[in-house]
Design a protein around this ligand. Structure first.
Ligand code: NAD
Length: 264
């Protein structure tokens, strides 16, 4: 149901052409926020996606194709948001990639890309968004970390390092804004069935010679006690809570939504 909680506000969701970012963008649009989309994909499909969400919820949307590994493109994205909407009120640092390999086999360029996209991009967007948020004395920064911001898994060294870094960065951002109307929190999902995870399902199916469903079950049963995937819709609802007045004093948390993964 459409609400007006975020009417007149603008949300920038990085990596919102797919998966969790798209789910969060939809949820914020449903609350009346204008949305700046970002991420990769087919230009025509992205155009249809963002204009479709705009007309479904009666909000303004725009899209910028910044590569979040490149600081100059991130600066261009932030300038675009300021030019189109007057700034960013809700910043969702969501763009992310994964690569799975043992440390000794981990390609150095993949390490650099994961740190740049999953961690450093949040520093650049935050440093550029904070002055406007401070001027308005209102803002929300939501960093998409992971259970891997709280615990490790083998073969995910760069990802775990980036996500632990992002949880630390979240705490510092929350402390530096504690006396303002700006909050910063991290969301730490367990397995969510998005293209990022489907690739790991496919790799598991190929490695073990099993089908798609059996590979999904195998991945879930190892880590996620619920045996169910978390959904982008559930994560969108958590982002909406962080944006609500009830979230005013929720500051610097790393909130896991993980089917019990980190309770073990
Ligand atoms: P996804 O692959 O479905 O979406 C990733 C998005 O990021 C896409 O829109 C993609 O185009 C964009 N992107 C990738 N590289 C980019 C770049 N250089 N510049 C700009 N955009 C870029 O993945 P997802 O599962 O929705 O992941 C979203 C976030 O959630 C990531 O930070 C991921 O680490 C985190 N996460 C995912 C899971 C999961 O199980 N899927 C669990 C925990 C955390």
């Amino acid at each position: 149901m459409k609400s007006t909680m975020l009417s007149g506000k603008t949300a920038l969701v990085t990596g919102s052409t797919s998966g969790i970012g798209l789910g969060i963008a939809r949820a914020l649009a449903e609350q009346g926020a204008n949305i700046v989309f970002n991420g990769f994909g087919d230009a025509q499909q992205i155009e249809q996606l963002h204009t479709g969400i705009g007309s479904e919820f009666g909000v303004r949307t725009a899209y910028h194709n910044a590569d979040m590994s490149k600081p100059a493109e991130i600066a261009a994205l932030m300038a675009f948001a300021a030019e189109q909407f007057g700034g960013v009120d809700v910043l969702v640092n969501n763009a992310g990639i994964q690569h799975v390999a043992n440390i000794e086999d981990f390609p150095a360029d993949k390490w650099d890309a994961i740190i740049a996209i999953n961690l450093t991009s949040a520093f650049h967007t935050s440093r550029l968004a904070l002055p406007g948020m401070k001027q308005n004395n209102w803002g929300r920064i939501i960093n998409l970390a992971s259970v891997h911001g709280l615990v490790g898994s083998k073969q995910k060294s760069a990802y775990v390092a980036a996500k632990h870094g992002l949880v630390g960065f979240t705490k510092v951002t929350a402390l530096e804004t504690a006396h303002t109307g700006i909050t910063c929190n991290a969301i730490c999902p367990g397995w969510v069935l998005t293209p990022l995870v489907q690739k790991q399902v496919d790799d598991r199916a190929a490695k073990d010679g099993i089908g798609n469903d059996a590979a999904k079950k195998a991945l879930l049963s190892e880590k996620q006690p619920s045996g169910e995937f978390v959904t982008p819709e559930e994560l969108g609802a958590l982002a909406v809570f962080f944006c609500s007045p009830a979230g005013n004093q929720v500051r610097g948390v790393a909130w896991n939504m993980d089917g019990g993964w980190t309770a073990q």
